[in-house]
Design a binder for this molecule. Structure first.
Ligand SMILES: NC(=O)c1ccc[n+]([C@@H]2O[C@H](COP(=O)([O-])OP(=O)(O)OC[C@H]3O[C@@H](n4cnc5c(N)ncnc54)[C@H](OP(=O)(O)O)[C@@H]3O)[C@@H](O)[C@H]2O)c1
Length: 331
């Protein structure tokens, strides 16, 4: 089968189309013929991991070491990127009961990666669900990562109906799902993103949008019950004035200082800092599939690139020009 392989860290040109061995499903696994996979934040970070400094890594230092153990220090240990996909089940292992050949599915592989290929195998009890019937493969491929992360993290942020919620980083993988899920919970949602993607975030259903290149949300006099900061761009000290008296700031990306603030605010004061890791549950993916089919969860694909133009897809995704998701299509 064909796969997009990289054997050294670096710019998009390290990605090459190669022939590799087609995987075979184990007894509990499904074999998926991949139709589409998006270019995600994780793909671009992993591709260039050697050059990601501790400052650019949005998590505590020990996690940088742990992630380097997974992705490699000087050379990539994982040679095929791609953490989410949509495709068709081609074959199943003998113990599989949830899926059958011919099922259209979408799924999330996490740090295992491997979706930049014509075929992949994954356990049937992994983060995989049937594809929403009203989405193309390219659209469905953009759903799993953001949906799983946002569903899990918003729950950890204890989101409630009627709350005012601000999503800082609303145009990205997690943020675009968070905007829509927060609306589902009955929140009034403000999305913060760059100029190019304001229309995208409005189209997702945000009640208000703020362009972070022109306005600092901590200075606008508004107070939110929950600030969901995807890249950890806003400090707690500055954001305090943008939180209600019992408001919470939820960091998807956090450093050790945020963990200390979480500890401190768990003991003192009524405004809280929450640093949370998402848990991957296939039920969350099934829930989002239902939201998509009910017309309550959307995605916007900006451009699709065939496998052989994967480097171009990465260059465009990194250019700052994209207005929705960038997707690589197979076959
Ligand atoms: N806690 C967890 O369990 C967990 C799980 C997965 C990932 N993560 C973390 O989530 C992060 C990746 O999230 P993602 O995949 O959603 O990333 P992404 O798709 O690259 O999106 C990043 C978002 O941040 C916005 N942004 C960039 N600069 C900003 C600024 N100065 N102020 C405000 N917003 C800004 C971008 O806006 P524009 O594009 O419009 O400029 C975009 O909306 C990583 O740091 C990763 O470590 C955490």
């Amino acid at each position: 089968m064909k796969a997009i392989v990289y054997t050294e860290f670096g710019p998009p040109d390290v990605l090459h189309l190669k022939e590799v061995e087609k995987p075979a499903p184990k007894d509990n696994e499904i074999l998926v013929r991949v139709h589409a996979t998006p270019v995600s934040y994780g793909d671009m970070t992993a591709r260039n991991f050697k050059n990601i400094s501790s400052r650019k890594f949005h998590m505590p230092l020990p996690l940088l070491f742990a992630t380097r153990m997974v992705f490699g220090f000087n050379k990539p240990k994982i040679n095929v990127l791609g953490s989410e996909f949509a495709g068709e089940v081609e074959a199943i292992g003998k113990d599989v009961i949830r899926f059958k050949a011919g099922d259209q599915v979408m799924g999330y592989l996490g740090q295992r990666m491997g979706a930049y290929a014509e075929y992949l195998c994954m356990p049937e009890d992994g983060s995989v669900a049937k594809k929403p019937s009203n989405m193309t493969y390219a659209e469905a491929a953009t759903v799993p990562y953001g949906a799983i992360m946002a569903t899990s993290l918003l729950r950890k942020g204890n989101i409630q109906s009627g709350q005012k919620v601000l999503v800082n980083g609303a145009s990205g993988g997690i943020g675009s799902a968070a905007v829509q899920l927060a609306k589902h919970y009955g929140a009034e949602v403000t999305g913060v993103c760059g100029t190019q993607r304001l229309d995208f975030v409005k189209a997702l259903g945000a009640d208000k949008v703020i362009d972070y290149t022109k306005e600092d949300f901590t200075q606008n006099g508004e107070a939110y019950d929950l600030i969901f900061d995807i890249l950890g761009k806003s400090s707690f000290a500055q954001s305090k004035r943008s939180l209600t008296a019992t408001g919470r700031i939820l960091y998807a990306s956090f450093k050790t200082k945020h963990l200390l603030q979480m500890l401190w605010t768990s003991l003192f004061g009524s405004q809280k800092v929450i640093c949370a890791m998402a848990s991957e549950k296939s039920e969350d993916l099934v829930f989002v599939k239902e939201q998509v089919e009910a017309g309550k969860f959307h995605t916007i694909v900006d451009r699709c690139y065939p496998m052989e133009r994967a480097a171009e897809a990465h260059r465009y995704a990194e250019s700052g020009q994209k207005r929705g998701f960038v997707v690589i299509t197979m076959g």
